[in-house]
Each structure stands twice: as structure tokens, then as C-alpha cells.
Ligand binder design. Structure first.
Ligand SMILES: Cc1cc2nc3c(=O)[nH]c(=O)nc-3n(C[C@H](O)[C@H](O)[C@H](O)COP(=O)(O)OP(=O)(O)OC[C@H]3O[C@@H](n4cnc5c(N)ncnc54)[C@H](O)[C@@H]3O)c2cc1C
Length: 492
């Protein structure tokens, strides 16, 4: 019995022989294809059916270049593809291999099959023999790969990193890290990870003004040009980190998404990711990959139903995905037309104005009614460049100072000074937001010494703020300050 790595590649060596090829990947079919003209019959066998790369979009599955063999099975009945477990292999007195198999699709039928030659094309396995027990990395995926973190570091041996095909552990059978055309971009990312970790240098980035048009231009340029996002679909992403004052952005290129979420980078309060992704959900819904229902090229409202590779922009806020925009697929995979530009510009305008954000905060704080919000959003829609906060303020519903406080302070949590008690912070924040005066807080604090009531309760009793506003402030306070118990946070 031979392996893919040491079997003869001369077809004449197999003349008139019955050959069993074990495995159903590219190496198995490349081997089988090579023997079609000379072997008497060829069986390709493994427990699972073939996965076709042109259906799954994974290049490690069977590629068209290796699948001539399929015709010799389906059309000529010369050869066979078996879905079966191999129970055991024996050699008889004539030197023939007797292979006992259990079929996957025939009610567990068991049969003995006879072959002259067997070739194992069962894939590669990581050889860990060079590692002493003191630094032997844990293995995973049937011991094929060393187990790795999202920074491609061994999960059990610190400072031991893996590059090249071994990086595929992180996206096994999903993306292209098992191939040079994929892992070459991972290695660039690994270099940046090393720069951060060992030289304390920031990931290379570009500074951006947070202006919707700038955002739109930069994103479209990247999705039209980046080969890393193109090859490592949904695995590598560009990231825009938004500064605390919401005025600046830092544009990072080609960050592994898992690393973003696992590392300190993902602790940023506010960021956007940009990826190129297939619509697998829509692709998988159609059994025939060549008869997939497509969205009309102008149907921008259903862009998320694009089955082909298309850009996706996601906005994360305080660790949560809060908005997602799909740029509709394009026949030439170029996103340069108005149907690509205008919806993205609108999305970025809405997001950067934080329209829903400030509206939701004002509603939650009891400072705006839902009817008022509806009117303000409608008014903003007519004048897209207007910020929602400005519309609300111009109508006299909430003062500018309060809106600014909520946008700039709440978004970055309310606690400025961890030395202050929750009670003092509540008073300071309400004054800062222009919701009460410092005289009122002083008065309430004096009253608190006598009555022993909570500060929020006293302010509410006076009618200076609503219980909802106090609760809202305390909720954000308690999220940021773990020492404040939720029940204390209701009315301090
Ligand atoms: C048939 C085939 C076709 C392919 N086609 C493509 C393709 O079209 N496009 C693509 O992108 N990828 C393709 N690939 C995948 C690609 O070849 C591999 O992903 C790539 O070669 C892996 O590179 P690597 O440097 O990580 O590992 P390897 O190329 O396997 O290199 C590892 C090296 O380490 C050496 N080594 C191992 N153990 C030790 C040790 N103890 N001490 C010292 N040295 C050691 C080995 O001898 C070897 O030289 C193909 C693979 C195969 C098998």
C-alpha cells in the first residue's frame, strides 16, 4: 500500500490493475484521474460524499481540474465512487488486497472487495516529533494541526507561533489559510501582531476624518482593490476605529476578524468592519450552484440577499453589532456605480450622525417622546445632511448641552472619576448634562443628610428630573462601574 506522497506517478505501472484510492479530496482525484487510461478499474472510497469546490467555494474541496474521473463513473460505469467505511484490509495468498467495507448508503451493507493496489490520499498531519515534551503543542482536528489562538500562537506553549499551511487550523475547510494564496495575507497580519506584541507598535493605519463621503470613498477603494479581503473572505477584515469624540477614525487593514474580537482591539467602544463575503445562506438554499436566484442589480433594498462575493460593512458599538450594510453584488465584482455608492453614503451618513443612537438614548432617558422622535426623524430625512440632535434641539425639545453630553459622555460611559461615589457621580453628570443646576444638587445633598433618602429620589421628589432620567443615568453608570450594584443603581 502506498501514499499520495510516495506512489508512482507513471500510469503504466498500473496497467490492467484494480486500484483502490482512499480519500475524496483533490489528491485522491488527481491520482485517480492520472490512472484512468491504464488501470482496469479504479474505486475512490471514503465515508462521506464528495464536496465540490464550485458549490462550497472552498478550494480544498474537489476542483474541476481534478474531476474528469466523475464522468468515468456517472457516464461510463468504468470506475466507482464509494461512500463507505473501510473496516479492515487483508492481503491474500495471491498478493491481492481484500478490503472489507460497510456502505454508508445501503442499510449498512458489508462487502469484501478485491484490489491489486491501494493508494492512501488521506491528507496531511502535523509532525510534532521535533518538540520536546517541555514544549509540545496541543494538537486538534484529528491531530492534524497544532491548536492555536486567533494570533496563531500555540494554546499551551506561550510564544510558539505557526505560519504557513498550519494557520489553516483557524479556518479549516472554510477559508483559504491552507493555501499559499490565502495564508500569505495571514502572515502579513501575523507580522503586525508581532509588532504590537513585541515592539509595542500600533497596527499600521491611516487617519480619517469621520465624514460620510470620506468613509464611503475609502471603503469603496479598498473593496475594489484589496486582494486580501478578496481571498480571505470574512476571515480578514478592514477596521475603522472611531475616536471617543466621534470626530476621527483610524483605518486598519487586513486584521483577522477573530483576533479583532479576542484582543484588546475589540475592546474599542466603537468600530466598523469591512469584509468581502459570499451570501452562503442564499447559495446553500439552491441545490444547483449554477441555477441560483439573483437579486436585480438595482434592488438595493435586498442587497443582503446577494449570493456572490460582495462587501459588508458592520458597525459595532460597546461590543455589540448594531448595524450592517451590504453593497449589492456586481457581475464584474466592481462596486463603482451609483447603486453601490449612494446606499453606502446614506448608511454612513445615518450611522455617523448616530441618528438612531441619540434618539434611542433620549427616549430611554425619558427626555424625548416617541412621537417627537418620529417627527424629528421625518424632518431629518428631508434634509439628510442635518444631524438628528440638531433637529431635536432646534425644535426646543432638548437643550444642546444635554444632547452633547449624551453623545460624547454616555457613548463612552458616564464614569469620569472612579474616586467619586455613585451618588456624587449622578449629581455631577446631571449638572454636566444641563438637566439640573449645581444649586439644586447641593440642596438635595443637604436634604439627603437629614432625610437619609437617595439623591435621585430627592431630585425626583422636587420635580427637577424624572425617575426615568435618573434610572437611565444610573444604568450607564453601573455598566461602567462594577462596584455599583444594580439594585443600588436604580435610585441612589
Ligand atoms: C498537489 C497540491 C497542489 C496545490 N496547489 C496549490 C495552489 O494551486 N495554490 C495554493 O495556494 N496552494 C496550493 N497547494 C497548497 C500549498 O502547496 C501549501 O499550502 C504550501 O506549500 C504550504 O507551505 P508551507 O511552507 O506552510 O509548508 P510546506 O510547503 O509543507 O513546507 C514545510 C517545509 O518544512 C520542512 N520540514 C518539515 N519538518 C521539518 C523538520 N522537522 N525540520 C526541518 N524542516 C522540516 C518540509 O520538508 C518542508 O520543506 C497545493 C498543495 C498540493 C499538495
Amino acid at each position: 500500500m502506498k501514499k499520495y506522497t510516495n506512489v508512482s506517478v507513471q500510469p503504466d505501472d498500473f496497467e490492467n490493475q484494480r486500484v483502490l484510492v482512499i480519500g475524496k479530496g483533490n489528491s485522491a482525484f488527481e491520482t485517480a484521474d492520472n490512472l484512468i487510461d491504464t488501470a482496469a478499474t479504479i474505486h475512490v472510497c471514503s465515508p462521506n460524499p464528495i464536496s465540490m469546490a464550485w458549490k462550497t467555494k472552498y478550494v480544498g474541496h474537489l476542483r474541476a481540474v481534478n474531476n474528469n474521473f466523475l464522468d468515468t463513473y456517472q457516464l461510463k460505469s468504468q470506475n466507482l465512487i464509494l461512500n463507505a467505511h473501510i473496516n479492515n484490509i487483508k492481503q491474500n495468498e495471491h498478493g491481492k488486497f481484500i478490503v472489507n467495507v460497510s456502505y454508508t448508503h445501503a442499510n449498512g451493507e458489508v462487502e469484501d472487495l478485491e484490489y491489486d493496489r491501494i493508494i492512501a490520499c488521506t491528507g496531511f498531519r502535523f509532525d510534532d516529533s521535533i518538540f520536546d515534551n517541555s514544549c509540545k503543542p496541543n494538537l486538534t482536528i484529528n491531530n492534524r494541526f497544532p491548536d492555536q489562538t486567533s494570533a496563531w500562537e500555540s494554546t499551551n506553549v506561550k510564544d510558539l507561533f505557526f505560519a504557513g499551511i498550519l494557520m489553516h487550523m483557524r479556518d479549516f475547510k472554510e477559508n483559504q489559510s491552507g493555501f499559499i494564496h490565502g495564508f500569505r495575507y495571514n502572515i502579513k497580519a501575523l507580522h503586525q501582531i508581532f509588532e504590537r506584541r513585541f515592539h509595542h507598535k500600533a497596527w499600521q493605519h491611516q487617519n480619517l476624518e469621520l465624514i460620510p463621503q470620506t468613509f464611503t470613498d475609502v471603503i469603496l477603494k479598498r473593496v475594489n482593490q484589496s486582494s486580501a479581503l478578496w481571498q480571505q473572505t470574512g476571515f480578514l477584515c478592514d477596521v475603522i476605529f472611531v475616536s471617543e469624540d466621534q470626530q476621527q477614525g483610524k483605518y486598519y487593514q487586513e486584521v483577522p476578524q477573530d483576533y479583532l474580537f479576542d484582543s484588546d482591539l475589540g475592546k474599542h467602544n466603537h468600530y466598523y468592519t469591512i469584509t468581502l463575503e459570499f451570501g452562503h445562506e442564499y447559495l446553500d438554499a439552491f441545490p444547483d450552484p449554477f441555477a441560483i436566484e439573483r437579486v436585480h442589480k438595482d434592488d438595493i433594498h435586498n442587497a443582503e440577499q446577494s449570493p456572490s462575493l460582495h462587501p459588508i460593512i458592520r458597525r459595532y458599538y460597546q461590543g455589540k453589532l448594531v448595524a450592517e450594510h451590504h453593497i449589492i453584488e456586481d457581475i464584474a465584482s466592481e462596486w463603482k456605480e451609483e447603486v453601490h455608492i449612494q446606499p453606502l453614503l446614506k448608511f454612513m451618513t445615518e450611522q455617523l450622525n448616530d441618528s438612531q443612537g441619540i434618539g434611542t438614548h433620549l427616549l430611554a432617558a425619558g427626555l424625548l417622546t416617541s412621537e417627537q422622535l418620529e417627527v424629528a426623524l421625518a424632518e431629518q430625512e428631508l434634509e439628510t445632511s442635518a444631524r438628528l440632535g440638531d433637529v431635536i434641539q432646534k425644535r426646543g425639545w432638548v437643550q444642546k448641552r444635554t444632547i452633547q453630553f449624551l453623545l460624547h459622555q454616555v457613548n463612552n460611559t458616564l464614569v469620569d472619576n472612579p474616586e467619586l461615589s455613585a451618588c456624587a457621580q449622578l449629581g455631577a453628570n446631571l449638572v454636566e448634562a444641563g438637566l439640573v443646576t449645581s444649586t439644586q444638587v447641593d440642596e438635595a445633598l443637604l436634604e439627603q443628610q437629614i432625610s437619609n433618602k437617595r439623591l435621585g429620589e430627592i431630585l425626583v421628589n422636587h420635580g427637577w428630573v424624572t425617575p426615568q432620567t435618573v434610572e437611565y443615568m444610573m444604568k450607564h453608570l453601573s455598566q461602567a462601574n462594577v462596584t455599583v450594584q444594580p439594585e443600588v443603581a436604580v435610585l441612589n
